[in-house]
Ligand binder design. Structure first.
Ligand code: PNS
Length: 160
């Protein structure tokens, strides 16, 4: 069984993330969207909220599991029996850091490789941070996030 992990902060999950997932889901028997629980960061959405929002946005897709992890992603991959990490690339500048992470992960566990998927051009400028900034000022983010995430954002910022 070919298993992959799609790790990230997903604070929140965007249509760019969904686009990446849709394009890799056919390649693997199972893909786990793994939300990083990072105690050093103060996210907008709790891990449980992020998981629920991702589940809602991906419920129409088969072979997708949503989970969270703490610590090293390669350790989590080992527990899940996965040897591939999936990461999206929006622009060339993303590649620099992503390549470093891929090399580090490969160093930490030589069984784990990284697959990079270029984001579709319409989402190349979309990031969770930008979406939060727009939503926090009451701007519309309909084009960039699943509808459940849009509602959740407006509720967080009380601009319902
Ligand atoms: O959505 P993000 O914030 O770009 O995702 C980054 C993430 C979660 C993939 C990365 O920070 C990560 O894997 N963190 C877990 C800790 C770890 O394994 N670090 C070593 C990777 S070089």
């Amino acid at each position: 069984m070919k298993r992959a992990i799609y790790p990230g902060s997903f604070d929140p999950f965007t249509l760019g993330h969904l686009d990446i997932l849709q394009r890799v889901v056919g390649i693997f028997d199972e893909i786990t969207v793994a939300v990083l629980h990072n105690p050093n960061k103060k996210p907008l959405f709790t891990v449980a909220e992020r998981i629920d929002l991702i589940k809602e946005a991906t419920e129409h897709m088969g072979h997708v599991v949503v989970d969270s992890f703490e610590g090293l992603v390669v350790d989590y991959a080992k527990i899940k029996g996965a040897t591939t990490l999936v990461r999206g690339l929006r622009e060339v500048s993303d590649f620099e850091n992503e390549l470093k992470m891929a090399h580090m992960n490969r160093h930490l566990d030589s069984d784990v490789g990284t697959v990079f998927i270029p984001t579709s051009p319409e989402y190349s400028f979309v990031s969770s941070s930008l979406v939060k900034e727009v939503a926090s000022h009451g701007g519309r983010v309909t084009a960039f996030v699943p509808s459940g995430v849009e509602q959740a954002l407006y509720q967080k910022y009380q601009k319902v």
